[in-house]
Design a binder for this molecule. Structure first.
Ligand code: APR
Length: 276
């Protein structure tokens, strides 16, 4: 258990609030989950902000990462192919490579598979929702395992684009466009296809489960606000108060793994009991 977080106990009050959330979830017409780095903390990946956060430790990266890439994509690719030059980046790559989905990821995948969750929008680039079995997934900040063409927005797995260190930057096999990592850098516009998908999901969402995010980075941070503006319900899952806690319909204070797997338990249970 992460020692930087308050001790967690599933009190009868919290369990009751989770059971009530399960009832609301079963009644929802179009439930969507929005997740952030906190959901992957129990998979060993540090968050960005707050206790033990990457930016807390190393400081926020330059806000013009994308413009730097465009100015010299060859140098950016050389840095990508030699991460040892940036110790924190090497560390993050190693951690991402070793990480496995946790109970939180698995609970959301099960809620999707059992028809209670229409879509998961994640700010995480760690590929763990996909590994856990989520299919209706929008990775708004990209996926660290993928490459993307900046021209035709095609995405590739490593190996599907020839990356020759002697002739960088690599080019799109389809349109010849410039290829970069799929992860959205600071200063980079969110790719239109995934942004459109998120807006469409949020527009018809009447219940949003917001798990493991400080809700400080836009446009994702506005999604729960849009659901509230449309008269919907926002359920926050976070062991610590966040910018969203003041306005969320309910805050289930605890770690994502424990709270979301308990939510799955209650959702199934009320199904078995034939509750409406
Ligand atoms: N379960 C649930 N939530 C947790 C847990 C846990 N086990 N541990 C920490 N948290 C919460 C923290 O309290 C915090 O509110 O997760 C949140 C993590 O917030 P951030 O580190 O700010 O991560 P996130 O909101 O995803 O950041 C948004 O910022 O740096 C950019 O592109 C990056 O996608 C990222 C975006």
């Amino acid at each position: 258990m992460d020692e930087t977080l308050p001790h967690f106990e599933l009190t009868p009050e919290l369990d009751g609030a989770i059971a009530e959330t399960a009832r609301q979830l079963r009644e929802a017409a179009h439930a969507v989950a929005l997740t952030g780095a906190g959901l992957s903390v129990e998979s060993g990946i540090p968050p960005f902000r707050g206790p033990g956060g990457l930016w807390t430790k190393y400081g926020e990266p330059p806000m013009d990462g994308y413009q730097r890439f465009l100015r010299d994509p060859k140098a950016a690719w050389q840095a990508r192919l030699n991460p040892e030059k940036e110790p924190w980046l090497q560390g993050l790559h190693d951690t991402l490579g070793k990480a496995k989905p946790n109970d939180g990821h698995r609970a959301l995948a099960a809620l999707e598979a059992e028809g209670w969750l229409a879509c998961t929008i994640t700010q995480n680039v760690d590929d763990l929702h996909g590994q856990a079995g989520s299919h209706h997934l929008a990775e708004i900040h990209g996926n660290y395992k993928l490459l993307r063409c900046l021209q035709c927005v095609a995405r590739f797995r490593e190996g599907e684009v020839s990356v020759d260190p002697a002739s960088l930057p690599p080019r799109c096999p389809g349109c010849g466009g410039l290829v970069k990592g799929d992860t959205v850098q600071f200063g980079e516009p969110i790719p239109q296809d995934v942004l459109r998908r998120c807006f469409d999901e949020v527009a018809c969402c009447d219940l949003m489960i917001v798990a493991g995010t400080s809700a400080t980075v836009f446009p994702a941070a506005d999604f729960p606000m849009e659901v509230l503006r449309n008269g919907g319900t926002v359920i926050e899952v976070n062991p610590l108060p966040s910018d969203l806690s003041r306005v969320a319909s309910v805050t289930l204070q605890g770690p994502g793994g424990a709270v979301l797997s308990r939510l799955l338990h209650h959702t199934r249970r009320s199904a078995d009991l034939g509750h409406a």
